[in-house]
Design a protein around this ligand. Sequence first.
Ligand code: F6P
Length: 426
Amino acid sequence: MPSAAGAGAAGAVADRLLGPKERRRLAIVLVGLPARGKTFTAAKLTRYLRWLGHDTKHFNVGKYRRLKHGCTQNADFFRSDNQEGIDARNEVAALAMDDMLSWMDEGGQVGVFDATNSTKLRRKMLLTMAEGKCQVIFLETICKDPAVIDQNIRLKIRKSPDYADQPDYEAALADFKARLVHYSKAYEPVDEGSYIKMIDMVSEQDGQMQVNNISGYLPGRIVFFLVNTHLTPRPILLTRHGESMFNLNGRIGGDPELSATGDIYATKLASFVHKRLKSQHSASIWTSTLRRTILTATHITGFPKVQWRALDEIDAGICDGMTYEEIKETMPDEYQSRKLDKLRYRYPRGESYLDVIQRLEPVIVELERQRSPVVVVAHQAILRSLYAYFTDKPLDEIPHIEMPLHTIIEIQMGVAGVQEKRYKLL
Ligand code: F6P
């Protein structure tokens, strides 16, 4: 039974064979002023890497600060001439870094270290602590667009525990702005070590990305992912194909046509999509290359359609076309192995869920890159895997996620993260 799949596994093996010990662990150290989208970027990157099977953890230094010093410090705590405040902040950063390095010692692979880390002195402290233990890449988020900064500040005041006990919005706003001024005075942009700089990449216009001294499989994937993500809100509609003739008989895989009920769903789906996306002509419809998804999208008109091989259902290999009952009777060992570890189990001459996730990676990057709505008409295992990415579900849960027929799951991606709505059409 394979424990890992595809390019991720091959890349990791190559890096392990070629690189020194500390290159097996990676610290992505965020850098940037407050309200520049660091936590959002850190959370998104963590979700992506976890979904790809890398043991990844987000360490938020703000949480350590609040645990040690409470939530009530005002802007003075962050003054660049308040040595006591600077020492206290460095102390909690060192605590979080220590925790991250211990977690890596126990097998953790990628730590995402989320703090402003906005002075050279602070970054030197972190680099010294990490020496010989992990590779460090600084990820600096620079944002000069006043509208985006303003939006981030408002979101921060509404969401941050630092202002949960401050009922006066204007007072919270004034305090946070004063904090920003203190940080700006001490801010030193990164020009040392390995780094990725994301400059104005959340604005409507494409921003800029600078990369320095980055090599290796995983750092390369991270750069590719980050260059394709943005915050323009747009819906992604996920749906399984309408009921197929195989669904009726409990058979898996194959390339069946739709049942009469499946045909009705195809009609209902088209009128839903036309209503929901009526004015958004740049939307696109993605199906697999299998008949049941193409037929399900057949009545949707006026939008470009794309057939992706990567969206084809999990390949059940020698079990393709059988019922679960038949597999249990004729191949009891296979049936049992799948039951025991549905995520890693690979059908003989077919695929595992881990294989499916690897082949869906380009689909995820493309979904992240799109700025217009996308309707994805696909299959049970495929949609479980895609849905798990957006909702940050642990890998082991993916093969067991409920993915009903004749239901649309709308994922809304935007500044406030990911939201979900469901529409049951039949
Ligand atoms: O039964 C429908 C189906 O899409 C099959 O083609 C596929 O093998 C199966 O679902 C995937 O679900 P599970 O991983 O639970 O067997």
